[in-house]
Design a protein around this ligand. Structure first.
Ligand SMILES: Cc1cc2nc3c(=O)[nH]c(=O)nc-3n(C[C@H](O)[C@H](O)[C@H](O)COP(=O)(O)OP(=O)(O)OC[C@H]3O[C@@H](n4cnc5c(N)ncnc54)[C@H](O)[C@@H]3O)c2cc1C
Length: 574
């Protein structure tokens, strides 16, 4: 049952597990643990319920859950010294389902080498790609797209689950852009049938967490069908501020506030933190678990000295390369198309609104015979975790209706993403307002190789659009800085390129790693591979903050796998 008012939580001391954060990972673990009718769970979510929220349900309306809405924590980074001191958004879902209720719905697993690296770094073979296949499959139900088109050759069914809760599909609405992209492919930009095969190099058909034309989130997939379980209680509008040990030794108490009044809930077995990459460290630090010197400087009593809390924040920098097109859609036509698409979705759950962003996406490696890349590799070594792991992503999108209706003032957007960032940032408390927004520092481009990869990604995008078909489709670059880059292509000077990159870099929405896993017993990291917080009893972290490295793709597929594995490990250990 979902309790809208935390004052109505039926019991404050009888749940086996209290899960903090009803987002992607929290929802999965709550659902899996309560499959055992003898295990009781209280899931606490700061935001409201996802149920009946139109903007969450309709894939094409995802921009309406962006910053400035109640579905979002609306965080912003601190000024980024390597980005001309620009601040960058740090959105996260503030609603049941968490960021899976507001995300772009891309489903990409990354490369096998990403997970093998997790296994190597943590010393736990359970994180190997081969070992995790069972969890990818368990979480997923690949479904047919709503336009009923023939999907043969658009994904490999042998790689996907068919019985899991989360619905995944390929795009259910075709666009003329699809053929422009697919018609461009060649040796340099090859076709890949299914980029979830562990070696994602090439352009393929986008997979998204959508079923029957609607968003499939952790909340719709893992909670909605199980709300009648008597051993699962969910309280929304419940902002958790601290965790503590009532007897001084094992964490068992979660403090939340309901309309400013504190309520303590006690867990009989364990407290599970799933508040996400920004808020899990925020709660830990406010609970006295973190770097002792930093905590003392803020007058927070130290409960456990764990210096890595809030460190290792990892985000893949992205640049949106924006063009106008040679045949823009007149505004009135675009508006009519928008109204028509909404009406169609309302009546049949089909049409443009079933499409998340675009139907195609590419993953690529740098050209190793390019002299600049050779020098880069000589200086920094191979940046990807394996030879079949990509360095950057190319993501082509046409603005659905018209430039003004969408987030970017452009008709064609070619996103370039550095998938192998080495810069590490931090999440810390604001000393002037400990309970206020965390200070988020992505620290972009502090590792010098990161901007070099971004240069190659943008050159890759420009090479992609250099053919006659694409040149006919595209008109002017939107910004003067990008126009300068395009004007100098193919011999773009580093000065021109870097001026553009530093002015234009933003996030790819895949922040992870602020409470990293490390080997059991290591003197760095925050959690052991079995999710236990190091040196603290009664507490595990089960969210994306534990990733030691970001996978070379979007983060949600990996998040589902982390949560599925966490649920199994917790079930087996208690
Ligand atoms: C705008 C956006 C677009 C994205 N697009 C994609 C995409 O297309 N593909 C992809 O793979 N990934 C995408 N992601 C990333 C992906 O959604 C996240 O990696 C994933 O949801 C993280 O899971 P999580 O459980 O760690 O955190 P979340 O899903 O963010 O869940 C954390 C939950 O904890 C709650 N919470 C936080 N603090 C408290 C507190 N103090 N008390 C109570 N509750 C609290 C939050 O409200 C939230 O519900 C996107 C993310 C965003 C924000």
């Amino acid at each position: 049952k979902i309790y809208e008012d935390p004052n109505e939580i039926p019991s404050l001391d009888s749940y086996d597990y209290v899960i903090v954060g009803g987002g992607l990972t929290g929802s999965v673990v709550a659902s899996r643990l309560t499959e055992n009718s003898n295990t009781s769970v209280l899931l606490l979510e700061a935001g409201g319920s996802h149920q009946g929220v139109y903007y969450i349900e309709v894939p094409g309306l995802q921009n309406f859950t962006g910053p400035g809405t109640i579905y979002n924590w609306n965080y912003t980074s601190v000024p980024q010294v390597n980005l001309l001191n620009n601040t960058i958004p740090a959105p996260r879902g503030h609603v049941l389902g968490g960021s899976s209720s507001i995300n772009g719905m891309w489903y990409t697993r990354g490369s096998s080498a990403d997970y093998d690296r997790w296994a190597n770094v943590t010393g736990d073979q359970g994180w190997l790609w081969d070992e995790l296949q069972t969890y990818f499959e368990k979480s997923e139900s690949f479904t047919s797209p709503v336009d009923g088109h023939n999907t043969s050759g658009q994904y490999d069914p042998t790689l996907h689950g068919t019985q899991g809760p989360l619905q995944v599909t390929v795009g259910g609405y075709s666009q003329s852009l699809d053929q422009l992209v697919m018609g461009r492919l060649d040796e340099q930009f090859p076709f890949i049938e299914d980029y979830d095969d562990g070696e994602p190099i090439g352009f393929g058909w986008t997979q998204t967490t959508i079923g029957n034309g609607s968003r499939s989130s952790a909340a719709t997939a893992y909670l909605d069908n199980y709300l009648n379980r008597t051993n699962l209680d969910i309280a929304v509008n419940s902002l958790v501020t601290r965790i503590s040990a009532s007897n001084g030794s094992s964490i068992d108490t979660v403090t939340l506030t309901a309309n400013g009044i504190p309520i303590n809930v006690r867990a009989r077995v364990e407290v599970l933190l799933a508040a996400g990459v920004f808020n899990t460290p925020h709660i830990l630090l406010n609970s006295g678990i973190g770097d002792a010197t930093e905590l003392s400087a803020m007058n927070i009593p130290v409960v456990h000295n764990l210096p890595s809390v809030g460190k290792n924040l990892t985000e893949q920098p992205a640049v949106s390369n924006l063009w106008n097109t040679s045949s823009p859609v007149p505004a009135a036509e675009a508006e009519a198309a928008y109204e028509q698409a909404l009406a169609q979705w309302n009546s049949t759950r089909t049409g443009r609104m079933v499409l998340a962003i675009s139907n195609t996406v590419g993953f690529a490696r740098m050209n190793m015979s390019n002299l600049e890349v050779e020098a880069l590799v000589e200086q920094y070594g191979e940046l990807a975790p394996g030879p079949a792991s990509p360095h950057f992503e190319l993501l082509p999108t046409v603005n659905a209706f018209d430039a003004e209706a969408n987030f970017a003032n452009a008709e064609f957007i070619f996103d370039t993403v550095n998938l192998v960032p080495y810069s590490r940032g931090t999440v810390t408390l604001d000393p002037t307002n400990l309970m206020g927004d965390p200070l988020i520092d992505y620290n972009f481009y502090s590792a010098p190789q990161d901007i070099l990869v971004m240069r190659q990604a943008i050159l890759g995008a420009l090479s992609f659009v250099s053919t006659p078909d694409w040149q006919e489709f595209l008109a002017d670059p939107v910004s003067p800085l990008f126009a300068a880059v395009v004007g100098e292509y193919p011999n773009v000077s580093n000065t021109t390129m870097d001026a553009y990159i530093r002015a234009s870099t933003t996030i790819s929405f895949h922040a992870v790693g602020s409470c990293s896993m490390s080997p059991a017993g290591a003197d760095w990291g925050v959690v052991d591979p079995d999710f236990h917080v190091k040196g603290v009893k009664g507490l595990r972290i089960i969210d994306t903050s534990i990733m030691p490295f970001a996978p070379a793709g979007h983060s949600q597929a990996a998040a589902y796998v982390i949560a599925e594995r966490a649920a199994d490990i917790i079930k087996a250990s208690n």
